[in-house]
Design a protein around this ligand. Sequence first.
Ligand code: 5GP
Length: 253
Amino acid sequence: MKKGTLLYRGKAKSVYLTDDPDEVSLEFRDDITAFDGGKTAVLDGKGKYNAAVSAFFFEYLELHGVKTQFIHMLDERTILVRRLAMIPLEVIVRNVAAGSLVRQYPFREGDMLSPSVMVFDYKDDSRHDPMVNDDIIYALGLATREELLAIRKMALKVNDLLRTYLAGLSITLVDFKLEFGRWKGQILVGDEISMDSMRLWDQKTRESLDKDVYRFDKGDVMATYAAVAERITPGALQRYEAEKTVFSREGSE
Ligand code: 5GP
């Protein structure tokens, strides 16, 4: 498929129009940013690892009854998705205390959170994504009560599914961020589910397996992303390499 007009360029992904007005393609670039864009780099290959993990998790969620934007992969760094009307909320689910929770509240890093904690941030870089509650969400007209209820239920189900899957790989799902959008009267999971949007710890060593390696200079970011992508989506990258020949043959017919 030919790349259409650029619709939106985010910090790490670009959205392109396609021939179908109901679908867009989402390209995972090699850019990595942290601290509200205060720290940036380009890491060769990062996009394909995040694309592979996102595609894998979207398919996994669909298989388990969670509706997402995902249609299929277009190439190693691009996925075809439904064109959602995005809701400007970051829905964050936390199973273990870390990150901003530890900075802002009297938790110690590593404290188990049971039940899990869900918070909402209003997506606005100029305001540093402030945390909002239900009343602010309604007052700003960001979502209706019915939509917020659906979002909460879906986010908890995603947490159960991902947490269980990752535990089977000896990975702790510390926390993650989801975004949702509207699609023909339904709420679907959008954006990405990748090492950039999750906090993952090795269960045994408590080593970070996510963007914290970049944020806090904890080691080789690309080696970590490559290893965790392979752990989460066993063989997915090799399968892609093998299928690429088939895709390109079909494309040229
Ligand atoms: P924290 O609030 O501790 O910084 O982040 C909680 C979780 O949500 C982490 O897994 C983090 O990666 C994710 N997260 C929070 N804000 C953003 C954001 O603006 N972009 C992305 N990709 N992930 C975020």
